[in-house]
Design a protein around this ligand. Structure first.
Ligand code: CO8
Length: 258
């Protein structure tokens, strides 16, 4: 499939999706968001893809929603068309693991897009921020909710109210980012993490993703019950038998996603 605002490469069961609007710091316009939805849908239905890595450029993962495109919108237009709601659903629908590899700016919708991925690996050059307040709006695809859950109320209020940027180091300290690496090593690290995931049972990886995401959606008791039931259910799979047999026989497991 041909894209104008993305570069998509699939190799060794990993889909690498690169946001590609270099003249606009990868600002998220309608075309890019629609192409990203399409690309994720294609990954979801492609059996060869076992993990997705989403990245931008050295300068910017994405500097937010495209301000030029949205500046003249009316409330009625935004509300009636559910601005950004529809376009970003695909990210949440994707059941395969998605890693965000972030270098440079991840601001506004860019920070939110990264937070919609399953985890974030950041280059030491990364800068995260929710500067929407400077434009007279608030975050629109989860910033006030996800950043608060990941980093806590105080940090989230600070970021949203002052509009300041945080470094990769602060983002890691705050729980937003799982690892920080030198910029030169970013893609090696992200692709390495993705490769590790492709070696696992895709079935079990999907279950992990569902269970961890439940932690942000339901009360603890419900989340614990959901996890336990998933744990029980996985005993019905060949991959559980294979994983445990391989351990006992001191060999590598050969998962078959069954
Ligand atoms: N939208 C459109 N164009 C942008 C954006 C953007 N968000 N960010 C940068 N650009 C463009 C600039 O206009 C400039 O274009 P041109 O050369 O034609 O003038 C080019 O990219 C380079 O940018 P700068 O010259 O400004 O580069 P600097 O290195 O000086 O600064 C910054 C880089 C700090 C990233 C700066 O460009 C900036 O502050 N950008 C805006 C950041 C921002 O406010 N983001 C939040 C946007 S609102 C938002 O995301 C709402 C979320 C709601 C849901 C989103 C769903 C997708």
């Amino acid at each position: 499939m041909a894209y104008e605002t993305l570069i998509v490469e699939i190799e060794d069961h990993i889909a690498l999706i690169k946001l590609n609007r270099p003249d606009a710091m990868n600002a998220l316009n309608t075309q890019l968001l629609e192409e990203l939805s399409k690309a994720l849908r294609a990954c979801e239905s492609n059996d060869k893809v076992r993990c997705v890595v989403l990245t931008g450029s050295d300068k910017a993962f994405a500097a937010g929603a495209d301000i030029k495109e949205m500046s003249d919108k009316s409330f009625v237009e935004a509300f009636t068309n559910d601005l950004f709601g529809r376009e970003t659903q695909e990210m949440l629908r994707c059941r395969k693991p998605i890693i965000a590899a972030v270098a440079g700016y991840a601001l506004g919708g860019g920070c939110e897009l990264a937070m919609m991925c399953d985890f974030i690996i950041a280059a030491d050059t990364a800068k995260f921020g929710q500067p929407e307040i400077n434009l007279g709006v608030v975050a629109g695809i989860g910033g006030t909710q996800r950043l608060t859950r990941f980093a806590g109320k105080s940090k989230s209020m600070d970021m949203h109210l002052t509009g300041r940027f945080m470094t990769a180091e602060e983002a890691e300290r705050s729980g937003l980012v799982s690892r920080v690496v030198p910029a030169k090593k970013l893609m090696e690290e992200a692709m390495g993490a993705a490769a590790k995931i492709t070696e696992k049972s895709a079935l079990t990886a999907m279950a992990v993703k569902e269970a961890v995401n439940r932690a942000y959606e339901v009360p603890l008791n419900e989340g614990l019950l959901f996890e336990r039931r998933l744990f029980h259910a996985l005993f019905a799979t060949d991959d559980q038998k294979e994983g445990m047999a391989a351990f006992l026989e001191k060999r590598e497991a050969q998962f078959r996603d069954k």
